[in-house]
Design a binder for this molecule. Structure first.
Ligand code: A3P
Length: 308
């Protein structure tokens, strides 16, 4: 494995006081551990037909999507007063492919829990997923909000103040495609092209649509992953209860998400819940920055019909 990294392009993020080093492996940037986890998954992961993959670029709504999907698939066992989401960070409940392959294999052996999350681009997914009929849900989000969210998450992760972490530099790197799992446009395009070939297999959900109309998108999600709500459930308010349980207001105010930590040395759970708003970019972008990133995204995504 070490040999692979010696040959890869490497970038240390100056705006993060050189505390983050990314490697470019097969056209995508990520930290070494994540690439290693992805390579390991490629070599050994065997998807089960019932698996459901929750795929995303970081900061596009992964935590929210995982929470909703978890609440949907576990609703026969738990309701909004007994859900493990009340006492655990959702990342404890739904494992990441590139970090927790053992946990997923254990789920395969011991239970029929179907959810697996990943930030891997489509082209780096293990062959067993690509060859399967497993469902894939892909969440995406307004690029400018992703940049702001990523900036704050990383800055706080390495404990830098805003004065010490120049936003403009973070922005410029993002525009060059350099950020964790970047370039963003290629990440989206990989899943988008695959969804055109097999639309029944990949559902695209947009963060802003989920914000605007959570109930109908939660119903879409449940149906797509094979856990549709019955008419009786809808009448009994189960959809609304899941929307409320997983709302930013609810989750971000839980003690576990306000002051918890997964384990010593890991990130504070609160970092996954910042503002949960749509349009926060307006507080950070100059007109020039807006123009620049809009132009890049328009060019890269032209012809897809995707609007970010
Ligand atoms: P902001 O930084 O803009 O607030 P990810 O989960 O992919 O890491 O993305 C994190 C972003 O999703 C953060 O955005 C976070 O606040 C927001 N988020 C987390 N949980 C959410 C929820 N339940 N509803 C809406 N947004 C949520």
């Amino acid at each position: 494995m070490e040999d692979i990294f010696k040959r890869l392009p490497e970038h240390t993020c100056g705006w993060l006081a050189n505390k983050l080093t990314l490697y470019k492996y097969q056209d995508f940037w990520a930290v070494k551990q994540l690439h290693e986890g992805g390579i390991l998954a490629q070599q050994s992961f065997k998807a089960e037909p019932s698996d459901v993959f929750l795929c995303s670029f970081p900061k596009t709504g992964t935590t929210w999507l995982k929470s909703l999907a978890f609440a949907i698939v576990s609703r026969a066992k738990f309701d909004e007063s007994s859900s493990p989401l009340l006492t655990n960070l959702v990342h404890e409940c739904v494992p990441f492919l590139e970090r927790e392959i053992d946990k997923i294999e254990e789920n395969h052996k011991k239970s029929n829990f179907p959810l697996v999350a990943t930030h891997l681009p489509y082209s780096l997914l293990p062959e067993s997923i690509l060859a399967s009929d497993c469902k894939i849900v892909y969440i995406y989000r307004n690029t400018k909000d992703v940049i702001v969210s990523f900036y704050h998450f990383m800055r706080e992760a390495v404990k830098l103040s805003m004065e010490d972490a120049p936003f403009q530099e973070a922005f410029e790197e993002f525009c060059e495609g350099i950020c964790s799992s970047g370039p963003y446009w290629d990440h989206i395009l990989g899943y988008w092209k695959a969804s055109l070939e097999r639309p029944e297999r990949i559902l695209f959900l947009k963060y802003e649509d989920l914000k605007r109309d959570p109930a109908s998108n939660v119903k879409r999600l449940a149906e797509f992953i094979g856990y549709p709500f019955s008419a009786d459930e809808e009448k009994a308010g189960v959809v609304d209860n899941i929307v409320s349980l997983c709302s930013f207001e609810n989750l971000s105010n839980l003690e576990v998400n306000k002051s918890g930590k997964r384990k010593a040395g890991s990130l504070e759970n609160r970092l996954y819940f910042r503002k949960g708003k749509d349009g926060d970019w307006k507080n950070y972008f100059t007109d020039e920055m807006k123009e620049k990133i809009d132009k890049i995204m328009d060019e890269k995504l032209s012809g897809t019909g995707l609007v970010l």
